[in-house]
Design a protein around this ligand. Structure first.
Ligand code: SF4
Ligand code: SF4
Length: 252
């Protein structure tokens, strides 16, 4: 077994649901920590709370630009990480924090929030509100195989991570993406995954196709990430079994 990868977890503005999703891997999380991940810092799961030099940083939450510390934290995270992963809708797209107008009891001056990609270069996006525990786990395993695996494992990890890297080119998401990218292209097969994944029930299935209530959409990107016709590209689909086997073998 090669060395573990070093991992950090920067926690910015959000509901901590992504931390809960990570913890929901239960035994899978223990396997990750036992075999693959040396967790260097994380406010909730590790004692060390200062940002350190790491291979991979996961960032949960958006950046409050009224909070100097948060802006410094995201910049320091970028400087000290080889790979930065935006974890969840808030880090990727701003999500519900985009709608904040200040006046919260504890921090009334906190008015404006940006997805982390507006301030730093981000390498991988994991959308969702919250992302599924399995997706977080799989990205961690694939990051390990990318950095420490054999040539064949690196190729599989690249195939798996490429669509998530492509997502990092765009800091906005909306339920409308489904309409433009999937439904209008004639690709929707009416599976309902988008509706099931929407945390605010902005999508209902009508006559076998999704209907997006745009006023309800909090722009988390979960629906597009879950759509089997709009997200994973053919490279992933054609190597799906090998990718799945690599992940399952790693978690034995
Ligand atoms: S429609 Fe729902 S799942 Fe899709 S981006 Fe909007 S809030 Fe997120
Ligand atoms: S997840 Fe994609 S394919 Fe499935 S119903 Fe929604 S838009 Fe259609």
């Amino acid at each position: 077994m090669a060395d573990k990868i070093t991992v950090g977890y920067t926690h910015l503005s959000g509901c901590t649901g992504c931390t809960v999703a990570l913890a929901d891997n239960y035994a899978g999380l223990l396997t990750l920590l036992d075999k693959y991940v040396d967790l260097k810092y994380m406010p909730t799961l590790a004692d060390a709370r200062h940002i350190q030099q790491v291979d991979v940083s996961f960032v949960e939450g958006s950046v409050c630009i009224n909070d100097k510390l948060a802006v410094e934290e995201i910049k320091e995270t970028r400087e000290k990480s080889a790979i930065v992963v935006a974890l969840g809708g808030c880090a990727c797209y701003g999500n519900i924090t985009r709608f904040t107008r200040g006046g919260q009891q504890n921090q009334p001056q906190h008015e404006s929030y940006l997805p982390i990609g507006d301030l730093i270069k981000v390498d991988v996006y994991i959308p969702g509100c919250a992302p599924t525990p399995e997706l977080i786990r799989n990205v961690a395993v694939m990051a390990y195989l990318l950095l420490k695996g054999t040539k064949e494992q690196k190729d599989l990890a690249t195939a798996f991570l490429t669509p998530l890297m492509k997502l990092a080119a765009k800091n906005e998401a909306c339920g409308c993406d489904l309409i433009v990218d999937v439904i209008n292209q004639g690709l929707c097969m009416g599976c309902g995954s988008c509706a099931a994944s929407c945390p605010v029930r902005a999508i209902t299935m009508e006559y076998g196709k999704p209907n997006v209530e745009r006023d309800l959409c909090i722009k988390c990107g979960a629906c597009s990430a879950q759509c089997p016709r709009g997200f994973f590209n053919t490279d992933v689909i054609s190597q799906y079994e090998a990718i799945n086997e690599a992940i399952m073998a790693a978690l034995q």
